[in-house]
Design a protein around this ligand. Structure first.
Ligand SMILES: Nc1ncnc2c1ncn2[C@@H]1O[C@H](COP(=O)(O)OP(=O)(O)OP(=O)(O)O)[C@@H](O)[C@H]1O
Ligand SMILES: [Mg+2]
Length: 487
């Protein structure tokens, strides 16, 4: 049992631990039906505005006001009783055991009337507050939640099944929220305060965290967590969800396998990283792959993988390692394929160079709402990177490097779909020519607001990467998938 505390109360420290193959010749673009990049035949823009959060908060372990009052009384008594600095030295289990003993004692001394179930819930909540991430714990424990978004102490939203919902989860006040943000970022050796109010971090389970604190965020700290899914979605899951048709999945498999340079484009949370992860599943086990990410999210199954992660500057503004540094360095590491988690700046240039200098089959994701916009974004990233190249040269470079753009989107009903598989064919004058192989066609809406539609092939029988598929012995499978999709 702990004596009365001897040191001033400090926010408790977080528990230490919670847990060579020759490059295939690049075939000349096939003589397929061409469509100029700005031809009007583009399918409807399907990237939808963010789904509206439902008005009624979802109950997460519903608690009454009375419960919160009791909890505050007991919590305050506990803080007066224990020595937090000593508690911080124990492992999580023993610390929880100590808290349990003391709380039970407080309950009997204060003669609080509670059922066994309530008492258990209270103990769990208090342990979460002292040792874990407080009110966030029940949300972190759920694997069906994709994102947790905290807008100040009293509004916590979650994304489940593509829909954003308000929850009844609350923090005691903004101070408790800041305390928990601090606890999260301290795990990666960082601080978040008025002096450095923006911080990216990662939870021990791999979840990606961003904190932006007051005064920049006006109504209390804003905390955003992209939950790490232990069981990543596989291509078969995407087929089961209707995100892609079985034939479309086959075409993606061939693209991944035949070392076709690929960009995955999509809006925020549209499933780009998930799709990239699926695409890496088609890479042969004897290839040397190097991944570059801001926060390691990809889970490659191949044995020969080097994983690299960028580093933000330290408090003195030094030590930053950018995505561009990583991609440049990759080229000296004898990669066969380079996978870039998210292309958002001048590294676009280095990735394109890698793509057309023998690192075929390299891949990356970027934020854009259509394949064409994705190519425009690559061009503007290179222009803004200060390379001083004429735009014709940049476009030629794009065309010479990127073979396919796959577009992911979250539709207005919350569902995620692969809306385009588009080839980059060449240039005509100053215009990049693209050709859709697969598109998702929206045909209507069901009674529950669900979108009805289907994936169809656009009737291209011989995509530009046909010769390449042939080189890898996949042309029959490719023809089969395209034929089946055209029916
Ligand atoms: N096809 C899909 N069907 C259902 N859920 C999906 C699908 N693709 C991705 N998800 C889920 O959506 C969430 C966001 O996915 P992901 O991280 O891949 O998106 P993203 O586009 O990379 O996001 P960001 O722009 O934030 O990097 C994850 O929880 C993921 O499991
Ligand atoms: Mg992502």
């Amino acid at each position: 049992m702990f004596g009365r505390r001897t040191a001033p109360a400090q926010p408790p420290a977080a528990p230490a631990s919670k847990p060579a193959k020759p490059a295939a010749p690049k075939p000349a673009p096939a003589q397929a039906k061409k469509r100029p990049a700005d031809a009007p035949a583009a399918p409807p823009r399907v990237a939808a505005p963010a789904p509206k959060p439902s008005e009624q908060p979802v109950e997460i372990g519903g608690r009454s006001d009375e419960y919160f009052q009791t909890k505050t009384t007991i919590f305050n008594a506990l803080i007066d009783t224990i020595d937090l600095s000593q508690l911080a030295q124990l492992d999580t289990e023993s610390a929880a055991e100590e808290i349990r003993d003391i709380v039970n004692e407080i309950i009997s001394i204060k003669n609080v009337q509670m059922s066994i179930a309530e008492q258990e819930a209270l103990l769990q909540d208090i342990c979460n507050d002292v040792l874990g991430y407080g009110p966030l714990e029940p949300l972190l424990a759920r694997d069906d939640i994709a994102d947790i978004m905290v807008n100040g102490s009293s509004r916590v939203f979650i994304e489940v099944g593509g829909k954003i919902q308000l929850t009844n989860v609350r923090f005691r006040d903004n101070a408790q929220l800041m305390n928990i943000c601090q606890r999260i970022v301290s795990q990666v050796g960082r601080r978040v305060d008025e002096a450095s109010p923006i911080c990216d971090a990662r939870l021990p389970d791999g979840s990606r965290v961003n904190v932006i604190a007051p005064p920049l965020s006006i109504d209390g700290a804003a905390l955003t967590i992209r939950k790490f899914k232990k069981d990543k979605l596989r291509i078969q899951d995407l087929v089961n969800f209707g995100s892609i048709s079985p034939e479309g999945a086959k075409v993606l498999e061939i693209i991944g396998h035949c070392r076709i340079n690929t960009l995955i484009s999509g809006g925020t949370g549209s499933g780009k990283t998930t799709l990239l992860n699926c695409m890496t599943g088609f890479i042969e086990h004897d290839e040397r792959i190097i991944t570059c990410e801001d926060a390691a999210e990809l889970q490659l199954q191949q044995p020969h993988v080097v994983r690299l992660e960028t580093r933000p500057p330290n408090l003195e503004g030094q030590g930053e390692v950018t995505m561009r540094d990583l991609v440049k360095n990759c080229l000296r590491m004898r990669p066969e394929r380079i996978i870039v988690g998210e292309v958002r700046g001048p590294e676009a240039f280095d990735l394109l160079q890698a793509m057309n200098t023998g690192h075929d089959g390299s891949m990356g994701t970027l934020h854009a709402n259509s394949p064409r916009e994705a190519l425009q974004r690559v061009e503007s990233m290179i222009t803004m990177g200060g390379y001083n190249l004429p735009s014709k040269t940049i476009r030629e470079m794009i065309v010479g490097s990127i073979d396919v753009v796959i577009q992911a989107a979250r539709l207005r009903d919350g569902s995620r779909r692969i809306t385009h598989i588009t080839e980059v064919l060449g240039t005509e004058g100053d215009t990049i020519i693209t050709q859709d192989l697969f598109v998702y066609d929206i045909t209507g809406e069901d009674d529950n607001g669900g979108i009805i539609g289907g994936h169809k092939s656009t009737g291209i029988a011989r995509p530009a990467f046909w010769d390449r598929a042939k080189y890898y012995g996949k042309e029959a499978e490719l023809a089969g998938a395209l034929d089946a999709a055209a029916e």
